[in-house]
Design a protein around this ligand. Sequence first.
Ligand code: HEC
Length: 143
Amino acid sequence: MSVVRFLACGVAVVTGLAGMALPAHSSDAAFSKIKIEAGEKLFDSECRRCHAADAKDPSYGPLLENIIGRGAGTYPDFDYSTALEASGIVWTEAALRAWMEDNTGFMPGTKMRHVGITDRTVQDFIIAYLESITTRDGKEISK
Ligand code: HEC
């Protein structure tokens, strides 16, 4: 057997093993579904009284559908504080964590009442839910 054929054979074995590890993939999917569901419940109790996740629902605060990757203070139908509008930040996962942890410390002058969600798992779940209501092209998600 030439070296090349031997290597090709090795690659085939490795790929085969990777294929066998696939069930882990489906449990990842199950886990992310659980995270989204838990996140929705947490969002219901911590955020929904002020924020809608669907443009059809009335809300006191800005709509959070498509929030991940959106520029801060850019939802057209909301009268933001100057602090938020002028911040120039983009809502990445890290920014959302800092916001949930201590929004008034992260952005003095914001008109969102202080929230202090420091538990990383709770943050993870809420972010998983926010991801589930975000599309890459920013189009509305129909439910
Ligand atoms: C008491 C009402 C209230 C609660 C509760 C609340 N928010 Fe807010 N939120 C607001 C208001 C008002 C603003 C606009 C702040 C500003 O203009 O400075 C805001 C702004 C935001 C923004 C910036 C949006 C944008 O378009 O730039 C994010 C992100 C956000 N909130 C996430 C959350 C999350 C996540 C929760 C739950 C953990 C939450 N908020 C809970 C009232 C609230």
